[in-house]
Each structure stands twice: as structure tokens, then as C-alpha cells.
Design a binder for this molecule. Structure first.
Ligand code: BTN
Length: 329
């Protein structure tokens, strides 16, 4: 996808600022130091991207409708982060935003770089599963982090991300909770997932890629038949669509805030925040891990984020696996 020129962004910002009012081509060209022809060219380019811009002789231009797109043009003005999204790559289609982010990280991309796609042809979930990525309905993004953390502590960032995305979902009006380690559920169904990947040496993390998929405006029919009973979206839960660019910006802000807290205050606050949002703790669960199945009560997470399950053989410490919640509350 072509990156928007900065004059195009400025013309759009000028029109957005004016709200319902018309602004003359002369005012725009004077203020932005562009020729009238250049203003017209940018208006045309914006229209081609789905912006509806009224043009009335002697009155000027008015922004009548903004498309629901995750482009740099839409996202950049909404960002209020210091690092996340400073470098922003928006694509109409990618295999997987995590794969693209990993390539960029290997090529030296800076901390905070974000890759967004409107659809993924090979979206990946945890444990080798696919992530269903219908076009222009949901949010798929990956953030490149270069944290000052030992590799042993890098997995804490997955819990950090789950708290942040849970918070953004709750701000959007949906009571989500976290199923260990980092699935976001609403009404017992999966609303969002997080896939963390990293490159490290024994004593140093090179980069961490946090991949986030949130079902924002997906309808039941956007999910394959076999997932319909298990998956949900913000729109399904709220019974009204959500503005994706605003929601994406809220995710970036929450992610950065929680990354900062983790860096400043350590894992203790993260553990506490995770516990408060957990829908796993205190529940009877089945855990599939390393070809085994453990049934028991999920008691807590420990100081490394591992799940502690009290089964018949005593307390087991689970480092990775799939948790199923038994008996709905
Ligand atoms: C899971 O719950 O299994 C994790 C799902 C993670 C999906 C996101 S979508 C954006 C990023 N790109 C991918 O290929 N996967 C993650």
C-alpha cells in the first residue's frame, strides 16, 4: 500500500479540523503553502482512498465521510504514543504481520515499529494454528520491541500485552477477561489472541514481536463454520460496529503504557493486573501440555507467569499449553 504523502495528511487534517464547515481551496493552499492545483490533486487522491469530500463552488471543500480503513492516513493523527507506531507500516494484504515484523526486526527496525494489515493470507495463531483474517473487518498488527530484558523474562511481555488488549477491549465497552496465557474472551468466546516471537542470545534479547489479532467487526458468517460457536467480535458483543482506527490507536496506547509500567515497576504489578483480569483462576480446567492432559483447579500464576494447577498429583507448573475452562460460571 502506498504511504500517504505528508501534504495529503495535512490536507486531510485541515478538512477534519473544520468538521462540518466548508473550507476554501484558497485557505487550504495559503495555510499549507501549496498551489491550488496541488490541493485539488490531494483531494482527488483522498477521494480515491474512500474519503467523501464535497466540493461546492465559492464555498470550498468539506469532509463528509471517512472510510473505515487502517491506513497511515487514518492512524497517524490518532496516535498519542511516544515509541509505538512512530514507524508505522500499513498494508492492504500480508501473509502475516508477524512475519513482516520479524523481517523488519532482522533488518534493524527500531523499537516501537508497528506493522498493520487489512487482511492476512497466512495469519498464524499459537501452537501452529491459523488465524482467520477476513479483509477490512478486524485488527491485525505486530509490534517490534527491543526490551532491556533477559531472555528468561521475555515471556512476561505476552502477559503484559494481554492486559493491555483486555483494557482496550473494555474501553470499547466489552467486558473481556484473560484465559491463560493470553487469550481474550468475552461471553466465554474468543475475541482476541496474541502471538509472541523473539530472537535472543543466551543473555540478550535482540527483538520481540508481539502479534495481536482482535475480532473487531467480524460477523458470525466471517468465521468458518467450525469456529462460530467459539469465536466472537466487538461488534457481535456490542451489537454495533466499532471504529477500527480508534480502537487500534487505543490498543497501541494501552500496550505502550503497560510496557512502560513493566519496565519501570517489574513483573509484580503485571502479575497482579493479570490476576484481576483473569477468567482462569479459581476455575476447574483441563490443560493440554506436552501430549499430557491435566485436570484440576487453576490456582494462580507464579512469579514467572507459569500457571499453577492443583490436580490429583498435587500442584503442577504449566509453562505452555492449551487451557479449556470446564463448567461455565
Ligand atoms: C492465538 O490466539 O492463537 C494467537 C493469534 C495471533 C494472531 C495475530 S494477527 C496479527 C499477528 N500476525 C499473525 O500471523 N498472528 C498474529
Amino acid at each position: 500500500m502506498a504511504e500517504a504523502s505528508s501534504s495529503e495528511e495535512l490536507v486531510l487534517a485541515f478538512l477534519a479540523e473544520a468538521g462540518d464547515e466548508f473550507v476554501s481551496g484558497e485557505a487550504i493552499s495559503g495555510k499549507l503553502g501549496l498551489t491550488r492545483a496541488a490541493v485539488w490533486k490531494h483531494v482527488d487522491a483522498l477521494r480515491a482512498q474512500g474519503y467523501r469530500i464535497d466540493a461546492v463552488p465559492a464555498r470550498g471543500y468539506r469532509l463528509a465521510e471517512v472510510p473505515d480503513r487502517l491506513t497511515a492516513l487514518e492512524l497517524r493523527p490518532l496516535l498519542n504514543t511516544h515509541d509505538l507506531g512512530r514507524e508505522l507500516h500499513c498494508h492492504e494484504e500480508l501473509g502475516s504481520t508477524n512475519d513482516r515484523a520479524k523481517e523488519l526486526a532482522e533488518a534493524g527496525a527500531e523499537h516501537g515499529t508497528i506493522v498493520v494489515a487489512e487482511t492476512q493470507t497466512a495469519g498464524r495463531g499459537r501452537r501452529g494454528r491459523a488465524w482467520v483474517s477476513p479483509p477490512r473487518r478486524n485488527l491485525y498488527f505486530s509490534a517490534i520491541l527491543r526490551p532491556d530484558l533477559s531472555p528468561a523474562r521475555a515471556s512476561e511481555l505476552t502477559l503484559v500485552a494481554s492486559i493491555a488488549i483486555c483494557e482496550a477491549i473494555r474501553q470499547a465497552g466489552v467486558e473481556a477477561g484473560i484465559k491463560w496465557p493470553n487469550d481474550l474472551l468475552a461471553s466465554g468466546r474468543k475475541l482476541a489472541g496474541i502471538l509472541t516471537e523473539l530472537a535472543a542470545e543466551p543473555d540478550r534479547v535482540h527483538w520481540v514481536v508481539i502479534g495481536v489479532g482482535v475480532n473487531v467487526n467480524a460477523r458470525a458468517e466471517d468465521f468458518p463454520e467450525e469456529l462460530r460457536a467459539e469465536a466472537t467480535s466487538l461488534a457481535i458483543e456490542r451489537r454495533t460496529p466499532a471504529p477500527r482506527a480508534l480502537f487500534a490507536a487505543a490498543c497501541f496506547t494501552a500496550l505502550e503504557d503497560w510496557i512502560d509500567r513493566h519496565a519501570e515497576e517489574g513483573f509484580g504489578v503485571i502479575r497482579e493486573a493479570w490476576r484481576e483480569r483473569s477468567v482462569t483462576l479459581g476455575r476447574e480446567v483441563t490443560v493440554r501440555t506436552d501430549g499430557r492432559e491435566i485436570v484440576g483447579i487453576a490456582e494462580d500464576i507464579d512469579a514467572t507467569g507459569a500457571l499453577l494447577v492443583r490436580g490429583r498429583a498435587g500442584v503442577e507448573r504449566i509453562l505452555s499449553g492449551d487451557v479449556a475452562l470446564l463448567r461455565p460460571r
